[in-house]
Design a protein around this ligand. Structure first.
Ligand code: NAP
Length: 336
């Protein structure tokens, strides 16, 4: 029996609006015994993701809500420190959907091995993990980009947006990113090779700004944020445009649905297609996605950036930062 204590972050209150640190609480528990078929994992990095906000609301969507007074769970990369499973050895790096805690004792079937020789292990939560796969399948399977087309990406400087934009560049598209600071727009253009980027927090007429940067209209809109930014893109769509509904972060903290312009007319007159998706729809193709992303990474066709906050106790703060635009690239918490 392990005598070390385990710090765990639980949901203390259902957030109202933007989550606050008081909505979470850090507690201490014993580490659960590692029984046959299980492994004990020490958390190295944990991922904070916008979709978790929905789970905190207590409403069942495509995924069950977090329970009050129970641990927050999410993407975790860790090291196996004890194993009673033939699938994993002590020292293996693994990724799984685990508790926000220092240690997790889990059934080995809930874990996937991470190869540290391919890329730093933290990338299993970013470019070579759920956000990278979201960008890959959303852009390629729904967007179907064709060389020379114009692609607009909202939330462009985040974990998903940075990857989606770079894949669109690999496919020979003109790529325009929308993000919330000059540091972010500079990064998109100077480091990632976007053709242009718009700081939506600095301009008075977002539609005019996007139009100026898309002289040939918009063929693909990769939507991570929704709201007024998406309202501005809709009138610029081209014939047979594709809208990839990936996320709506501008809406996640609202307690009532937002009413905006009706979009059906834009879709109708442009024979355009708008499709929502959840990355899990592609679970049977994850291997293909990770292999391709890893290859582009090794060929230096893809770059990535991480924003790292230190300490398990700071995970709520890092999560809240997503709604304030504090992250550039993938937001992670380094736990150990
Ligand atoms: P992220 O972009 O790394 O982080 C969130 C970013 O959203 C912030 O940095 C901020 O950047 C922006 N933001 C926050 N509030 C905003 C608002 N009110 N209006 C406009 N922008 C706002 O997060 P991510 O992990 O890459 O996720 C991006 C989107 O994809 C999210 O909506 C997420 O829910 C969605 N997603 C969907 C799937 C799926 O399966 N469909 C999977 C993963 C993620 P700025 O500084 O630019 O404002």
């Amino acid at each position: 029996m392990n005598t070390k204590r385990n710090r765990v972050i639980i949901l203390a209150k259902r957030p109202n609006g933007i989550p606050k640190e008081e909505d979470f609480r850090l507690i201490e528990t014993d580490i659960k015994e590692c029984k046959e078929g299980m492994v004990l994992v020490k958390t190295l990095y944990l991922s904070v993701d916008p979709y978790m906000r929905g789970r905190m609301s207590g409403i069942k969507t495509y995924i069950s809500p977090y329970e009050l007074e129970k641990p927050i769970t999410g993407g975790v990369v860790g090291e196996v420190i004890e194993s009673k499973s033939s699938d994993f050895r002590v020292g293996d790096f693994v990724v799984g959907n685990l508790n926000w805690s220092d240690f997790n004792t889990v059934d080995s079937r809930e874990l996937r091995k991470v190869d540290p020789d391919i890329a730093p292990i933290s990338t299993a939560l970013g470019i070579l993990g759920m956000p990278g796969l979201t960008a890959y399948f959303g852009l390629l399977d729904i967007g179907k980009p064709v060389q020379g087309e114009t692609v607009v990406i909202s939330g462009a400087a985040g974990a998903v947006g940075t990857v989606a934009g770079q894949i669109a560049k690999i496919k020979g598209c003109r790529v325009i990113g929308i993000a919330g600071s000059d540091k972010k727009t500079d990064y998109l253009v100077k480091e990632l090779g976007f053709d242009a980027a718009v700081n939506y927090k600095k301009i008075s007429d977002i539609k005019k700004e996007i139009k100026n940067n898309c002289p040939n209209g918009v063929d693909i809109y990769f939507d991570n944020v929704g709201g007024e930014i998406s309202d501005a893109v809709m009138p610029l769509l081209n014939y047979k445009a594709r809208i990839i509904l990936c996320g709506q972060i501008s809406q996640y903290n609202m307690d009532k649905p937002d009413i905006g312009p009706r979009v059906q007319t834009y879709l109708l007159i442009k024979s355009a297609m708008m499709k929502g998706f959840i990355v899990m729809d592609y679970a049977d193709r994850y291997e293909e996605g990770i292999k391709q992303l890893a290859q582009w990474l090794s060929e230096k066709k893809l770059k990535y950036i991480e924003s790292i906050v230190n300490g398990l106790e700071n995970a709520p703060k890092a999560f809240i930062g997503l709604f304030k635009g504090e992250n550039l690239g993938k937001q992670l918490v380094k736990v150990s």
